[in-house]
Design a protein. Structure first.
Length: 934
């Protein structure tokens, strides 16, 4: 890069957005011209007022990815402008590591630098961004709350006409290696609403306080790691009369601090399963004191007060809220050797005395360390999830002609008139499918009008399934007149609920409301259609799920998390290989996984982040992603690139083996979302088989690289682990494998389908009789076995069943389970099946690990089977076709294989690249035509 890293001269603030622009001259409009750019944490790039894209790809502190944009068609003769908005979160997320805000860019034409970032670049703080906005959740960054009375959302159109610009300063001592992002870039498609669902008048029915405890409890922390602690949060609440109401908490403890609490002398119990509590308030002052007791991944507390007569927080000092500083904090070293702490389960005697206090005076009399929380860290009615979930619908209106304008890309408008005083207007729209991207709007409204925009995924029979655990919202405060704004927060949604609080008597005119859907530039190499329309709909549902989940790497739960979970991505990459054939994307995702060792020698379960969470199976799945990628593409060069990281992890895993060969590890030993008796300190039977397979495959590839010593070591370790599996994890009395061997030597109480399916999948059972029994268990089931609890584990069970010739059963089960998702008007695949969460059908309605049915359709219903890695040889077997007709494409490294056959007229057309050898074609009764592509 020719440019310098630059930023504002002023001291950096948390959650800050900075605007940059510069001019450059162009004389040759035909010569290719590119922008090269990188930033921390998020940029939005414009050239001559036209949006080019968002970025960058997720990076580590040591290495960043440069995006390149070809802008030749955007240029004009003479003066041109580049404008960039850069959003620095000021903290880590589950996709990014905290780093100082900065920007670097070049514009090059035929190798000549037209302009680059430096001291001549203009910049200013974007005063419209509301820095105290709550985070969306523990996974994502802050929500995009913008006040257009203080900033201008269309500043990039004519930046030279805006006053207040200052020269940027060059950042010192930036040690970050930059590389061009491999593969294709992301693409943005504008998605318009398909339908207006509801027009409503709504009354606020709660007060919600959001208290940011991070800076009060841990002033210097910028990480996203969990905190396991005891402390107390409190305030004095004033009620104008005696009344009964509800104190509630919108999220489970993973996404918000809450706990049991007292109001005066009475204690109320709260838990994940009981978050709405009936409470008595006395007239006058009521002392509120809540336990902060356990493991919290987010340090925000969201408290909903639902009383007929509003409460006030007495402003004793600062915001009126206080916290007692933590007296007990548990920290975990997640290296597989040290204890993994669950939620802290005790109070010290002093902490018990603190919670026994029934008044502020009594608490202060105990000389407890009380810290008053600044007003800047407490927001009232800023948590959009609560406002939407608890708003009381007063009037339902029919959707009329004047409401339809935003359905089209034109000059029509959706007109919303102010409701009666004390009410708000609400509109619900349906995009028709679930997308992930950036909200963009053009509107006219009275100054001070507030638009709260909330995205959600499902609305079956008129019932909104609210995103518990996610404040999936944005706030826009209008200046007067026509205005536009594009949010920089990437959000997933199918539906959008817009709450309008009018700032005057004039109506709101909404001319554009669209979602700029951002995904990787998908190759669309695969396709599938057949006579079974239910299967076609399920395939399309899987296809849309994968489209929503490919960003810069695989991003699971595009609404809730957008995180690169290594274990989930094994399924994602195999589905991708059949649906899209985007091998460069798969390769980049694998290479990104190398950085997971920065958190723990076990490898982190997701990356890049400083939330340390280790799931050994997720590291194993990353290793196996490499092996599956090689099998599909024959690209063995990747192994030399990732081999040092694989070697490091496998040697560390071996160091955790007992002398007999059992993989005894202290970690989150997750296999499935099911009630398997697998503890956080055990030898997990499934892990024993998977890891033995990892060592076996690593031995093969190490020898290809000439690493004979490593190859022998890996092979011997694999044998040792399989010997332990055979001798120590088989229960002869039950004639089955137990799910684990606990650290105290006791077997787990459970046997499961999951364990036996995984052992079969990875060829871990050497004894013929045991293998036959395991096959019977997976094929026929066992009443006393734990059953599969997630689509993730069904991927393994389905593959085993297909290998056993049970494809019909697999397809039947897919139609039953995924057909239920369709019945609930879903267009994407659910993360978990109904029953996992106490009050919801599922959590995320879009999760890539659930998209495997499309893979099984293409792999086992088309008749095409890969016989040699890299698709160098295939077989087409239609001796017993399971469909009346089928039309499909399967990507390969040489190009797509196209197959079209129909039993009714007997035709079969096979088109395949000339590099692929057709080993066998079994298609009696078909008139076969084969075409070759070059």
């Amino acid at each position: 890069m020719f440019g310098d890293w630059i930023w504002l001269a002023e001291q950096e603030q948390k959650n800050q957005r900075v605007l940059f622009w510069d001019g450059f001259m162009v004389e040759d409009l035909d010569a290719p011209c590119d922008v090269w750019i990188c930033a921390t944490d998020k940029y939005m790039l414009f050239v001559n007022g036209v949006l080019q894209g968002m970025g960058p790809a997720r990076s580590t502190k040591q290495e960043g990815w440069i995006d390149r944009y070809e802008i030749t068609s955007q240029l004009r003769k003479g003066k041109n402008t580049i404008a960039v908005s850069v959003w620095n979160y000021g903290c880590s997320t589950y996709q990014s590591l905290y780093d100082h805000g900065k920007l670097i860019f070049d514009i090059l034409q035929r190798g000549e630098v037209l302009v680059s970032s430096g001291e001549s670049t203009w910049c200013m703080k974007d005063a419209g961004l509301i820095p105290g906005a709550p985070k969306r959740n523990v996974n994502l960054g802050p929500a995009d709350y913008y006040d257009a009375q203080c900033g201008d959302g269309s500043w990039f159109l004519h930046p030279d006409e805006i006053k207040g610009w200052k020269k940027a300063v060059v950042c010192k001592r930036v040690n970050k290696r930059l590389r061009e992002l491999p593969g294709r870039k992301r693409t943005i498609e504008a998605k318009l609403p398909k339908r207006i669902v509801r027009i409503q008048d709504v009354k606020d029915d709660c007060q919600v306080f959001t208290v940011n405890l991070r800076h009060v409890l841990f002033a210097d922390r910028r990480d996203a790691d969990e905190t396991n602690m005891n402390a107390f949060l409190g305030c004095v609440l004033r009620s104008e009369r005696c009344q009964r109401g509800v104190i509630s908490f919108p999220n489970r403890r993973w996404n918000g601090i809450f706990g049991s609490f007292r109001v005066g002398e009475k204690v109320y119990e709260a838990s994940d399963a009981c978050r709405e509590i009936q409470v008595e308030m006395q007239e006058g002052e009521n002392f509120f004191l809540m336990q902060i007791h356990g493991k919290y991944d987010d340090l925000y507390s969201h408290i909903e007060f639902r009383f007929e007569h509003p409460l006030t927080v007495c402003p004793v000092k600062e915001s009126g809220f206080f916290v007692t500083l933590p007296t007990t904090v548990l920290t975990t070293c997640q290296d597989g050797r040290h204890e993994i702490y669950e939620d802290i389960d005790f109070f010290t005697e002093e902490e018990k005395k603190v919670f026994s206090c029934c008044s502020l005076g009594e608490l202060q009399g105990r000389a407890t360390k009380v810290k008053w929380i600044p007003e800047s860290e407490v927001k009232q009615n800023a948590y959009i999830l609560s406002l939407m979930r608890l708003g009381k619908v007063v009037t339902e209106y029919a959707v009329k002609k004047n409401h339809l304008g935003i359905l089209w890309n034109g000059d029509d408008v959706t007109l919303l008139s102010p409701p009666e005083p004390g009410l708000e207007k609400r509109i619900i729209i349906d995009f028709g499918d679930l997308y992930v991207g950036y909200l963009s709007l053009i509107l006219k409204a009275p100054r001070g009008t507030i638009l709260d925009i909330y995205g959600f995924e499902n609305m079956y029979q008129g019932e909104v399934d609210y995103t518990i655990g996610l404040n999936n919202g944005a706030r826009y405060i209008c200046r007067g007149g026509w205005q536009s704004y594009t949010s920089m927060a990437k959000m997933g949604m199918r539906y959008a609920m817009i709450r309008v609080v009018f700032g005057g008597e004039e109506p709101l005119l909404l001319q554009k409301f669209e979602l700029l859907h951002e995904t990787y530039r998908i190759a669309n190499g695969g396709s599938f259609a057949c006579n079974n329309e239910l299967l076609n709909r399920i395939w399309k549902m899987c296809d849309q799920t994968m489209r929503d989940s490919v960003a810069d790497v695989y991003a699971d739960s595009p609404t809730y998390e957008q995180a690169f979970w290594l274990g989930d991505s094994l399924v994602s990459m195999n589905v991708d290989a059949y649906l899209f054939g985007d091998y460069e994307f798969i390769r980049h995702s694998i290479v990104t996984g190398i950085s997971a060792t920065e958190n723990s020698p076990l490898g982190n379960a997701l990356t890049p982040t400083d939330w340390t969470v280790t799931i050994p199976m997720w590291t194993m799945n990353w290793i196996l992603m490499v092996m599956d990628y090689i099998a599909i593409t024959e690209d063995r060069e990747i192994f030399s690139e990732v081999y040092p990281a694989i070697r490091e992890r496998l040697y560390y895993f071996e160091s955790l083996l007992t002398k007999e060969g059992g993989f005894l590890v202290k970690s989150w030993n997750l296999v499935d979302w099911a009630k398997m008796d697998v503890s956080n300190d055990c030898i997990c039977t499934a892990y024993q088989g998977i890891l033995a397979y990892c060592f076996e495959k690593a031995a093969e590839e190490a020898r290809v690289l000439g690493e004979e010593a490593d190859g022998a070591f890996f092979e011997n370790t694999s044998h040792k682990m399989r010997k332990f599996l055979s001798e120590s994890l088989w229960d002869e009395k039950r004639r089955a494998y137990r799910d684990c061997l606990h650290a105290d030597g006791a077997w787990s109480k459970t046997c499961s389908i999951q364990t036996h399916a995984l052992l079969l999948y990875y060829n871990a059972i050497s004894e013929p009789e045991r293998k036959e029994l395991a096959e019977t268990y997976v094929r026929e089931g066992q009443e006393d076995f734990v059953q599969v609890g997630s689509p993730f584990q069904l991927y393994y069970q389905y593959e085993v069943l297909c290998r056993l010739g049970e494809t019909d059963r697999v397809i039947e089960d897919i139609q039953k389970r995924w057909g239920e998702m369709l019945r609930y008007d879903s267009t994407t695949c659910w993360e978990v099946f109904p029953g996992f969460y106490e009050n919801a059908r599922t959590r995320s309605y879009c999760h890539a690990w659930s998209a495997s049915p499309a893979l099984f359709m293409q792999k086992y219903l088309t008749g095409i089977q890969m016989e040699v890695e890299g698709f160098r040889e295939i077989t087409v077997d239609l001796q017993e076709p399971k469909l009346e007709w089928c039309r499909a494409s399967i990507p390969t490294p040489f190009g797509a294989i196209d197959l079209d056959w129909d039993q009714s007229d007997g035709h079969l057309l096979l088109r395949l690249p000339q590099e692929i050898r057709l080993r066998a074609l079994r298609a009696e009764g078909f008139q076969v035509r084969i075409e070759r592509t070059i």
